[in-house]
Design a binder for this molecule. Structure first.
Ligand code: PGA
Length: 255
């Protein structure tokens, strides 16, 4: 089955409003003739409205980097999926390793967020990945499986997950470090994830779900990664912040 590639930029806590708008304008200019790749940006909350405006009629998808699972209430400092949807977000990155490690997010909480996003019709981009310590201890597959089981508990219980759901394999040791997983290392885990979906849901869904790779994706390694059978796109941090590198990433097919 053909899965449309998705290249997603996770801007993290970077770029001011002017920089955000010029980056989006540059991306919009360069994707008008590129129908076969989905392109998404996930700016900080405060830039979402300006970025949405800059996106205008171009096909760039808009995502947020986190949300609370409740729709509203006494949760100081939090933002709900409904609020994000109201300003035009169609996707939300959930369970990024920085949220898990620096802000104490657990797979249980992430499961609630995934469920809430889907209830609103927002596409979750669920991140999973092992640390260097876990990889060196030979625990990669165990860790990935545990994260899948716990972060997709609600879907698993019902044996039902929307085919639009996006998973992102991001080995923690490769994020922002310049160390990329080799295409073979990434493919091995992506294949494992797809098999897990097949075993816990069904084979049709397993073939439909897009699995992105994230961790030091750059213009000079994207093509090799994207040539692997189970790598359907990239979740990009550092290289998504400059128009020249991000545009080269989204035009990987021309390299
Ligand atoms: P990086 O970040 O591309 O800077 O390694 C990836 C991510 O955290 O999603």
């Amino acid at each position: 089955m053909e899965r449309k590639p998705l290249i997603a930029g996770n801007w993290k806590m970077n770029l001011d409003l002017d920089e955000a708008v010029s980056l989006v304008n540059a991306i919009a200019d360069s994707i008008s003739d590129l129908p076969e790749v989905d392109v998404l940006v996930a700016p900080p909350f405060t830039a979402l409205t300006a970025v949405k405006q800059a996106i205008g009629n171009s096909k760039i998808l808009l995502g947020a980097q986190n949300m609370h699972w409740e729709m509203s209430g006494a949760f100081t400092g939090e933002i709900s999926g409904r609020m994000l949807q109201e300003i035009g977000c169609t996707h939300i990155i959930l369970g990024h390793s920085e949220r898990r490690m620096l802000f104490g997010e657990t797979s249980e909480g992430i499961d609630l967020k995934v469920k809430s996003a889907v209830a609103l019709g927002i596409v979750p981009i669920l991140c999973i990945g092992e640390t260097l310590e876990q990889r060196e201890a030979g625990q990669t597959f165990e860790v990935i499986e545990d994260q899948l089981v716990a972060s997709l508990k609600n879907f698993k219980a019902e044996r039902d997950m929307p085919p639009s759901t996006v998973l992102a394999y991001e080995p923690v040791w490769a994020i922002g470090t310049g160390l990329t997983a080799t295409p073979e290392q990434a493919q091995e885990v992506h294949y494992f994830i797809r098999k897990w979906i097949e075993n816990n849901f069904d084979s049709k869904l397993a073939q439909q779900i897009r699995i992105l790779y994230g961790g030091s994706v750059k213009p000079d390694n994207v093509k090799e990664l994207m040539s692997e059978a189970d790598i359907d796109g990239a979740l990009v941090g550092g290289a998504s912040l400059k128009s020249d590198s991000f545009v080269r990433l989204i035009r990987f097919q021309e390299m």
